[in-house]
Design a protein. Structure first.
Length: 264
């Protein structure tokens, strides 16, 4: 480390009150010097040492990239680099690694700070470990995907036939999920028939009406025939305000059993 480094470090650390306050903020804090080659760290607080497992003697004078590893996003790194080059504040969440190799999610904020009496801008970086929150978000995303999958179950009954039973209330979001799920399924299986059973639908609405129309057109393009079953008299009465499907040549049956018999 050169004399310039020690001179600037002394300037930053000479106010012990400020140093003690930074040690108590409950986050990792580092200061880097962009006027030196490779923008090295010239200060880190106790919170940064506890967060990363490194002691200040090991890392001062180095660029913070030593925290990066195999799963660190290159896009996030590029965003940080662009902010530093333009002297703009940066806020990202980045996958970093502790000294022992343990990965963690780092909520990183970087601020350019001009020190008037030193006539220079430094970068102040604040880090927080948000691993638990990210893991909870990932788990919640998994649960939501499972709920979506279960709300649109597809039941293969033969090599070229599957049944899509609709249950409960159907809205626009569920129709969107249905179209996405069916499209992926038919693309993989290349089935000849998809039976949509509506016997467990609570009520017929515009979302269902448009969903049937869109699903018919989608499956037709994919070479699969849509068949509707389970349309009870009450549902038929509720569908009267909407246009009919006579132009679609859509086949309907009272039960799935009848549909399967007609297909075979």
């Amino acid at each position: 480390m050169n004399d310039v480094y020690f001179q600037k470090l002394e300037e930053i650390q000479k106010n012990e009150f400020i140093k003690a306050a930074i040690d108590c903020v409950g986050a990792g804090v580092v200061i880097t010097d962009p006027e030196q080659e490779d923008n090295p760290m010239i200060y880190c607080n106790r919170g940064f040492e506890e967060l990363t497992g490194y002691h200040s003697e090991e890392i001062l004078g180095r660029n913070c990239r030593f925290l990066q590893g195999e799963e660190t996003s290159s896009k996030v790194v590029s965003k940080i680099k662009a902010g530093l080059e333009d002297y703009h504040p940066v806020f990202v969440e980045i996958r970093n690694y502790r000294k022992d190799g343990t990965p963690f999610w780092n909520e990183l904020q970087i601020f350019p700070v001009f020190i008037e009496n030193m006539d220079q801008t430094y970068f102040v970086g604040v880090q927080r470990d948000v691993t638990k929150r990210r893991e909870q978000e990932d788990l919640m995303g998994h649960y939501l995907n499972e709920v979506k999958r279960l709300s649109t179950p597809i039941v293969p009954v033969e090599d070229d036939i599957s049944i899509l039973p609709l249950i409960g209330t159907v809205d626009d979001d569920r129709i969107h999920d249905m179209l996405e799920t069916v499209s992926h399924h038919v693309k993989e299986t290349k089935e000849d028939y998809m039976i949509m059973d509506m016997s467990a639908i609570h009520s017929y609405n515009e979302a269902i009406h448009m969903g049937i129309y869109q699903l018919y057109q989608l499956l037709k393009l994919m070479g699969t025939q849509l068949i509707i079953t389970g349309v009870k008299p009450s549902l038929a009465m509720q569908s009267t305000p909407y246009a009919n499907f006579s132009d679609l040549q859509l086949k309907t049956y009272t039960t799935v059993k009848q549909a399967l018999k007609a297909i075979r």
